[in-house]
Ligand binder design. Structure first.
Ligand code: PLP
Length: 394
Protein backbone atom coordinates (compact mmCIF):
# COMPACT_ATOMS: atom_id res chain seq x y z
CA UNK A 1 0.00 0.00 0.00
CA UNK A 2 1.37 3.41 -0.85
CA UNK A 3 1.50 5.79 2.08
CA UNK A 4 -1.27 8.41 1.81
CA UNK A 5 0.61 10.92 3.97
CA UNK A 6 2.17 13.90 2.21
CA UNK A 7 5.71 12.60 1.83
CA UNK A 8 7.47 15.44 3.65
CA UNK A 9 8.87 13.18 6.37
CA UNK A 10 11.03 10.11 6.15
CA UNK A 11 10.13 8.20 9.29
CA UNK A 12 12.24 5.39 10.72
CA UNK A 13 10.79 1.92 10.07
CA UNK A 14 9.75 0.79 13.55
CA UNK A 15 6.30 1.58 14.93
CA UNK A 16 5.98 2.45 18.61
CA UNK A 17 3.10 1.28 20.66
CA UNK A 18 3.72 2.92 24.00
CA UNK A 19 6.07 5.13 25.92
CA UNK A 20 7.07 5.43 29.53
CA UNK A 21 9.62 7.86 30.91
CA UNK A 22 12.60 7.83 28.55
CA UNK A 23 11.56 4.56 26.90
CA UNK A 24 9.57 3.75 23.78
CA UNK A 25 8.35 0.21 23.08
CA UNK A 26 7.20 -1.33 19.79
CA UNK A 27 4.22 -3.67 19.56
CA UNK A 28 6.76 -6.52 19.36
CA UNK A 29 8.22 -5.46 22.70
CA UNK A 30 11.46 -3.93 21.41
CA UNK A 31 12.55 -1.14 23.77
CA UNK A 32 14.37 2.02 22.73
CA UNK A 33 16.03 4.54 25.01
CA UNK A 34 14.78 7.86 23.70
CA UNK A 35 17.27 10.73 24.04
CA UNK A 36 15.47 12.70 21.32
CA UNK A 37 12.24 13.12 23.34
CA UNK A 38 10.12 14.06 20.32
CA UNK A 39 12.75 16.69 19.41
CA UNK A 40 12.95 18.26 22.86
CA UNK A 41 9.19 18.12 23.36
CA UNK A 42 8.56 15.32 25.86
CA UNK A 43 10.23 17.27 28.62
CA UNK A 44 8.90 14.99 31.36
CA UNK A 45 9.15 11.76 29.37
CA UNK A 46 6.27 9.66 28.14
CA UNK A 47 3.14 9.00 30.21
CA UNK A 48 4.16 11.17 33.14
CA UNK A 49 1.41 10.45 35.72
CA UNK A 50 0.98 14.11 36.68
CA UNK A 51 0.47 15.15 33.04
CA UNK A 52 -1.80 12.21 32.26
CA UNK A 53 -3.95 13.05 35.30
CA UNK A 54 -4.17 16.74 34.31
CA UNK A 55 -5.21 15.85 30.76
CA UNK A 56 -7.73 13.24 31.88
CA UNK A 57 -9.33 15.53 34.44
CA UNK A 58 -9.74 18.32 31.91
CA UNK A 59 -10.91 15.90 29.19
CA UNK A 60 -13.91 15.02 31.36
CA UNK A 61 -14.91 18.69 31.74
CA UNK A 62 -14.59 20.02 28.19
CA UNK A 63 -11.90 19.93 25.52
CA UNK A 64 -12.48 23.13 23.68
CA UNK A 65 -13.84 26.46 24.77
CA UNK A 66 -13.61 29.44 22.49
CA UNK A 67 -11.49 32.42 23.47
CA UNK A 68 -14.72 34.40 23.52
CA UNK A 69 -15.01 32.96 27.04
CA UNK A 70 -12.48 33.20 29.85
CA UNK A 71 -10.24 30.19 30.32
CA UNK A 72 -9.03 30.36 33.93
CA UNK A 73 -6.28 27.77 33.44
CA UNK A 74 -4.90 29.92 30.62
CA UNK A 75 -4.91 33.00 32.85
CA UNK A 76 -3.17 30.96 35.52
CA UNK A 77 -0.53 29.64 33.11
CA UNK A 78 0.08 33.16 31.77
CA UNK A 79 0.41 34.45 35.33
CA UNK A 80 2.90 31.73 36.27
CA UNK A 81 5.00 32.13 33.12
CA UNK A 82 5.16 35.89 33.35
CA UNK A 83 5.89 35.79 37.09
CA UNK A 84 8.91 33.61 36.32
CA UNK A 85 10.55 35.98 33.82
CA UNK A 86 10.75 39.47 32.31
CA UNK A 87 7.28 39.32 30.72
CA UNK A 88 3.90 40.78 31.71
CA UNK A 89 1.55 39.19 29.16
CA UNK A 90 1.24 35.93 27.24
CA UNK A 91 -0.55 34.77 24.10
CA UNK A 92 -1.10 31.04 23.62
CA UNK A 93 -0.81 29.34 20.26
CA UNK A 94 -0.64 25.74 19.08
CA UNK A 95 2.93 25.48 17.83
CA UNK A 96 6.32 27.10 17.80
CA UNK A 97 5.89 28.69 14.40
CA UNK A 98 2.64 30.28 15.52
CA UNK A 99 4.27 31.60 18.69
CA UNK A 100 6.95 33.21 16.50
CA UNK A 101 4.35 34.67 14.15
CA UNK A 102 2.87 36.36 17.20
CA UNK A 103 6.31 37.62 18.28
CA UNK A 104 6.93 39.11 14.83
CA UNK A 105 3.50 40.75 14.80
CA UNK A 106 3.98 42.24 18.29
CA UNK A 107 7.33 43.74 17.25
CA UNK A 108 5.99 45.27 14.05
CA UNK A 109 2.90 46.55 15.79
CA UNK A 110 4.96 48.11 18.58
CA UNK A 111 6.86 50.29 16.15
CA UNK A 112 3.70 51.10 14.21
CA UNK A 113 1.78 52.10 17.30
CA UNK A 114 4.80 54.16 18.44
CA UNK A 115 4.46 56.32 15.34
CA UNK A 116 7.24 54.58 13.39
CA UNK A 117 5.35 52.48 10.82
CA UNK A 118 8.42 52.43 8.56
CA UNK A 119 10.14 50.16 11.09
CA UNK A 120 8.97 46.67 10.28
CA UNK A 121 12.11 44.70 9.39
CA UNK A 122 13.67 42.18 11.76
CA UNK A 123 17.32 41.26 12.07
CA UNK A 124 17.82 37.50 12.23
CA UNK A 125 20.82 35.18 12.23
CA UNK A 126 22.46 32.73 9.89
CA UNK A 127 21.64 29.18 10.91
CA UNK A 128 18.39 30.20 12.61
CA UNK A 129 15.29 28.06 12.60
CA UNK A 130 12.00 29.67 13.51
CA UNK A 131 9.41 27.40 11.89
CA UNK A 132 7.79 26.47 8.59
CA UNK A 133 5.06 29.06 8.04
CA UNK A 134 5.81 31.48 5.24
CA UNK A 135 7.01 34.23 7.59
CA UNK A 136 8.96 32.06 10.02
CA UNK A 137 10.61 30.23 7.12
CA UNK A 138 11.74 33.61 5.79
CA UNK A 139 12.97 34.52 9.29
CA UNK A 140 15.05 31.33 9.38
CA UNK A 141 16.38 32.15 5.93
CA UNK A 142 17.45 28.59 5.11
CA UNK A 143 17.44 28.31 1.29
CA UNK A 144 16.72 24.58 1.56
CA UNK A 145 13.35 25.31 3.16
CA UNK A 146 12.54 28.42 1.10
CA UNK A 147 13.24 26.89 -2.28
CA UNK A 148 10.29 26.56 -4.63
CA UNK A 149 7.71 28.45 -2.60
CA UNK A 150 7.77 31.72 -4.48
CA UNK A 151 9.20 34.98 -3.17
CA UNK A 152 10.12 34.75 0.50
CA UNK A 153 8.10 36.91 2.89
CA UNK A 154 10.03 40.16 3.17
CA UNK A 155 11.39 41.95 6.18
CA UNK A 156 14.14 39.69 7.52
CA UNK A 157 17.82 40.63 7.42
CA UNK A 158 20.21 37.84 8.40
CA UNK A 159 23.53 38.47 10.11
CA UNK A 160 26.36 36.19 11.23
CA UNK A 161 26.19 35.07 14.87
CA UNK A 162 28.61 36.62 17.36
CA UNK A 163 29.47 39.55 15.07
CA UNK A 164 28.04 42.63 16.72
CA UNK A 165 29.54 44.99 14.16
CA UNK A 166 27.71 43.14 11.39
CA UNK A 167 24.46 43.52 13.33
CA UNK A 168 25.08 47.22 13.92
CA UNK A 169 25.80 47.68 10.22
CA UNK A 170 22.53 45.91 9.31
CA UNK A 171 20.34 48.27 11.39
CA UNK A 172 18.48 50.79 9.23
CA UNK A 173 15.64 53.23 9.77
CA UNK A 174 13.34 50.31 8.90
CA UNK A 175 14.56 47.95 11.62
CA UNK A 176 11.98 47.03 14.25
CA UNK A 177 13.59 44.20 16.21
CA UNK A 178 16.32 41.59 16.55
CA UNK A 179 15.29 37.93 16.78
CA UNK A 180 17.57 35.17 18.02
CA UNK A 181 17.58 31.66 19.49
CA UNK A 182 19.77 31.80 22.64
CA UNK A 183 20.85 28.31 21.60
CA UNK A 184 20.35 27.44 17.96
CA UNK A 185 18.81 23.97 17.82
CA UNK A 186 18.13 22.77 14.30
CA UNK A 187 21.37 24.09 12.90
CA UNK A 188 23.42 22.07 15.36
CA UNK A 189 23.05 22.99 19.04
CA UNK A 190 25.02 26.23 18.96
CA UNK A 191 24.88 28.22 22.20
CA UNK A 192 25.11 31.96 21.69
CA UNK A 193 27.61 33.61 24.04
CA UNK A 194 26.23 35.58 26.97
CA UNK A 195 28.34 38.49 25.81
CA UNK A 196 26.66 38.54 22.42
CA UNK A 197 23.21 38.58 24.05
CA UNK A 198 24.36 41.52 26.21
CA UNK A 199 25.63 43.35 23.13
CA UNK A 200 22.33 42.75 21.30
CA UNK A 201 20.40 44.07 24.29
CA UNK A 202 22.54 47.20 24.29
CA UNK A 203 22.02 47.72 20.55
CA UNK A 204 18.26 47.32 20.94
CA UNK A 205 18.24 49.90 23.73
CA UNK A 206 20.41 52.27 21.70
CA UNK A 207 18.22 52.12 18.58
CA UNK A 208 14.76 51.62 20.11
CA UNK A 209 14.45 48.05 18.81
CA UNK A 210 12.78 45.10 20.49
CA UNK A 211 14.78 42.00 21.37
CA UNK A 212 13.00 38.71 20.62
CA UNK A 213 14.24 35.37 21.94
CA UNK A 214 13.03 32.18 20.32
CA UNK A 215 13.21 29.74 23.25
CA UNK A 216 10.98 27.19 21.58
CA UNK A 217 13.62 24.50 21.82
CA UNK A 218 15.91 25.73 24.60
CA UNK A 219 13.24 27.03 27.00
CA UNK A 220 11.16 25.48 29.80
CA UNK A 221 13.96 23.91 31.81
CA UNK A 222 15.93 22.35 28.95
CA UNK A 223 19.19 24.05 29.95
CA UNK A 224 18.67 23.74 33.69
CA UNK A 225 17.25 27.26 33.83
CA UNK A 226 13.53 27.81 33.38
CA UNK A 227 14.43 29.94 30.37
CA UNK A 228 17.82 29.59 28.70
CA UNK A 229 18.54 33.33 28.68
CA UNK A 230 18.24 33.48 32.46
CA UNK A 231 21.67 31.93 32.72
CA UNK A 232 23.04 34.99 30.91
CA UNK A 233 20.82 37.39 32.86
CA UNK A 234 19.93 39.30 29.68
CA UNK A 235 16.18 39.78 29.26
CA UNK A 236 14.39 40.21 25.93
CA UNK A 237 11.20 42.17 25.27
CA UNK A 238 9.43 39.24 23.63
CA UNK A 239 9.98 35.47 23.89
CA UNK A 240 8.43 32.50 22.13
CA UNK A 241 7.99 29.08 23.70
CA UNK A 242 6.50 25.76 22.57
CA UNK A 243 7.90 22.20 22.57
CA UNK A 244 8.65 21.39 26.23
CA UNK A 245 5.88 23.67 27.52
CA UNK A 246 3.23 21.07 26.74
CA UNK A 247 5.38 18.05 27.54
CA UNK A 248 4.00 16.49 24.33
CA UNK A 249 0.67 18.25 24.12
CA UNK A 250 0.73 20.87 21.32
CA UNK A 251 1.05 24.36 22.76
CA UNK A 252 2.99 27.50 21.95
CA UNK A 253 3.29 30.75 23.82
CA UNK A 254 4.47 34.25 23.07
CA UNK A 255 5.43 36.28 26.12
CA UNK A 256 6.10 40.00 26.11
CA UNK A 257 6.47 43.00 28.34
CA UNK A 258 3.38 45.16 28.51
CA UNK A 259 5.43 47.99 26.96
CA UNK A 260 6.41 45.87 23.93
CA UNK A 261 2.86 44.56 23.45
CA UNK A 262 1.07 47.90 23.87
CA UNK A 263 0.05 47.97 20.20
CA UNK A 264 -1.84 44.69 20.49
CA UNK A 265 -5.49 45.33 21.22
CA UNK A 266 -8.73 43.38 20.87
CA UNK A 267 -8.76 41.92 17.37
CA UNK A 268 -5.02 42.42 16.59
CA UNK A 269 -4.35 38.70 16.77
CA UNK A 270 -6.15 35.47 17.54
CA UNK A 271 -6.35 31.71 17.24
CA UNK A 272 -9.25 29.27 17.39
CA UNK A 273 -7.39 26.57 19.27
CA UNK A 274 -4.64 28.58 20.96
CA UNK A 275 -4.93 28.48 24.75
CA UNK A 276 -7.51 25.67 24.68
CA UNK A 277 -8.36 24.08 28.04
CA UNK A 278 -6.55 20.79 27.39
CA UNK A 279 -3.30 22.56 26.48
CA UNK A 280 -3.60 24.94 29.42
CA UNK A 281 -4.22 22.10 31.89
CA UNK A 282 -1.13 20.26 30.67
CA UNK A 283 0.99 23.42 30.53
CA UNK A 284 0.20 24.14 34.17
CA UNK A 285 1.02 20.54 35.07
CA UNK A 286 4.40 20.83 33.31
CA UNK A 287 5.17 24.00 35.26
CA UNK A 288 4.16 22.32 38.54
CA UNK A 289 7.25 20.17 38.05
CA UNK A 290 9.70 22.21 35.99
CA UNK A 291 9.31 25.60 37.67
CA UNK A 292 11.15 24.41 40.74
CA UNK A 293 14.70 25.30 41.68
CA UNK A 294 15.53 21.79 42.93
CA UNK A 295 14.29 20.25 39.67
CA UNK A 296 16.30 22.71 37.58
CA UNK A 297 19.42 22.11 39.66
CA UNK A 298 19.01 18.41 38.92
CA UNK A 299 18.74 19.13 35.19
CA UNK A 300 22.05 21.00 35.35
CA UNK A 301 23.69 18.18 37.31
CA UNK A 302 22.42 15.52 34.91
CA UNK A 303 23.49 17.68 31.98
CA UNK A 304 27.02 17.73 33.40
CA UNK A 305 26.98 13.96 33.85
CA UNK A 306 25.83 13.39 30.27
CA UNK A 307 28.31 15.90 28.90
CA UNK A 308 31.18 14.31 30.83
CA UNK A 309 30.23 10.88 29.48
CA UNK A 310 30.07 12.22 25.91
CA UNK A 311 33.38 13.99 26.30
CA UNK A 312 34.94 10.77 27.47
CA UNK A 313 33.62 8.95 24.40
CA UNK A 314 34.93 11.79 22.24
CA UNK A 315 38.37 11.41 23.81
CA UNK A 316 38.41 7.72 22.82
CA UNK A 317 37.15 8.40 19.30
CA UNK A 318 38.68 11.74 18.29
CA UNK A 319 38.42 10.90 14.57
CA UNK A 320 34.69 10.32 14.81
CA UNK A 321 33.53 12.85 17.43
CA UNK A 322 34.95 16.28 16.88
CA UNK A 323 33.16 18.26 19.57
CA UNK A 324 30.60 18.04 22.36
CA UNK A 325 28.53 21.18 22.79
CA UNK A 326 25.35 22.61 24.28
CA UNK A 327 24.01 23.48 27.71
CA UNK A 328 22.14 21.49 30.34
CA UNK A 329 20.26 18.65 28.68
CA UNK A 330 20.42 20.26 25.24
CA UNK A 331 23.61 18.69 23.94
CA UNK A 332 25.09 17.77 20.61
CA UNK A 333 28.05 15.84 19.31
CA UNK A 334 29.64 17.09 16.11
CA UNK A 335 30.79 14.11 14.13
CA UNK A 336 33.06 13.53 11.17
CA UNK A 337 30.17 11.76 9.42
CA UNK A 338 26.73 12.52 8.10
CA UNK A 339 24.74 12.79 11.35
CA UNK A 340 21.84 10.79 9.87
CA UNK A 341 24.19 7.85 9.43
CA UNK A 342 25.16 8.02 13.11
CA UNK A 343 21.56 8.46 14.27
CA UNK A 344 20.52 5.42 12.22
CA UNK A 345 23.39 3.30 13.47
CA UNK A 346 22.56 4.21 17.08
CA UNK A 347 18.93 3.31 16.51
CA UNK A 348 19.55 0.07 14.66
CA UNK A 349 22.51 -1.27 16.65
CA UNK A 350 22.14 0.29 20.08
CA UNK A 351 18.38 0.91 20.44
CA UNK A 352 18.99 4.52 21.39
CA UNK A 353 17.19 7.41 19.74
CA UNK A 354 18.84 10.73 18.92
CA UNK A 355 18.11 13.47 16.39
CA UNK A 356 20.19 14.67 13.45
CA UNK A 357 20.80 18.41 13.23
CA UNK A 358 22.80 20.76 11.01
CA UNK A 359 26.58 21.15 11.06
CA UNK A 360 27.01 17.34 11.30
CA UNK A 361 25.63 17.35 14.80
CA UNK A 362 23.76 14.53 16.52
CA UNK A 363 21.34 16.18 18.95
CA UNK A 364 20.91 14.67 22.40
CA UNK A 365 17.89 16.05 24.22
CA UNK A 366 16.56 13.45 26.68
CA UNK A 367 13.54 14.05 28.89
CA UNK A 368 14.48 16.30 31.81
CA UNK A 369 13.38 13.48 34.10
CA UNK A 370 16.03 11.09 32.77
CA UNK A 371 17.82 9.11 35.51
CA UNK A 372 21.55 8.73 36.14
CA UNK A 373 21.24 5.04 35.26
CA UNK A 374 19.65 5.90 31.92
CA UNK A 375 22.39 8.44 31.19
CA UNK A 376 25.05 5.81 31.96
CA UNK A 377 23.26 3.19 29.86
CA UNK A 378 22.92 5.64 26.98
CA UNK A 379 26.63 6.47 27.16
CA UNK A 380 27.56 2.76 27.23
CA UNK A 381 25.41 1.96 24.23
CA UNK A 382 26.59 4.98 22.27
CA UNK A 383 30.25 4.22 23.01
CA UNK A 384 29.86 0.64 21.89
CA UNK A 385 27.99 1.53 18.68
CA UNK A 386 30.43 4.31 17.77
CA UNK A 387 33.41 2.03 18.38
CA UNK A 388 31.92 -0.42 15.86
CA UNK A 389 31.45 2.38 13.31
CA UNK A 390 34.97 3.58 13.90
CA UNK A 391 36.40 0.04 13.52
CA UNK A 392 34.47 -0.54 10.30
CA UNK A 393 35.89 2.70 8.90
CA UNK A 394 39.47 1.79 9.86
N1 PLP B 1 11.81 27.74 16.71
C1 PLP B 1 12.70 26.83 17.11
C2 PLP B 1 13.93 27.28 17.82
C3 PLP B 1 12.46 25.47 16.89
O1 PLP B 1 13.36 24.57 17.30
C4 PLP B 1 11.28 25.08 16.24
C5 PLP B 1 11.00 23.65 15.95
O2 PLP B 1 11.89 22.85 15.87
C6 PLP B 1 10.37 26.06 15.83
C7 PLP B 1 10.67 27.38 16.09
C8 PLP B 1 9.09 25.70 15.14
O3 PLP B 1 8.24 25.06 16.01
P1 PLP B 1 7.00 24.19 15.43
O4 PLP B 1 7.57 23.06 14.68
O5 PLP B 1 6.25 23.78 16.68
O6 PLP B 1 6.19 25.11 14.58
Amino acid sequence: MTNPLLPVFQPAPMVFDKGEGAWLTTAEGERYLDFGAGIAVNSLGYSHPHLVAALETQARKFWHLSNVYRIPDGERLAERLTAACFADVAFFANSGAEANECAIKIARRYQNASGRPERWRIITFNGAFHGRTLATMAAGGNPKYLDGFGPAVGGFDACPLEDINAVRARITLQTAAIMIEPIQGESGVRPVSHDFLRQLRALCDEFGLLLIYDEIQCGVGRTGYLFAHQEAGVAPDIMSLAKGLGGGFPVGACLATRAAAFGMVAGSHGSTFGGNPLAMAVGNAVLDIVDDEAFLTEVRRKGERLRAALEQIASFLPDLILEVRGRGLMLGIRTAREPREIVEALRAHAQVLTIAAGDNVVRIVPPLTVSDEEIDLFADRVRHALEQISKRAA
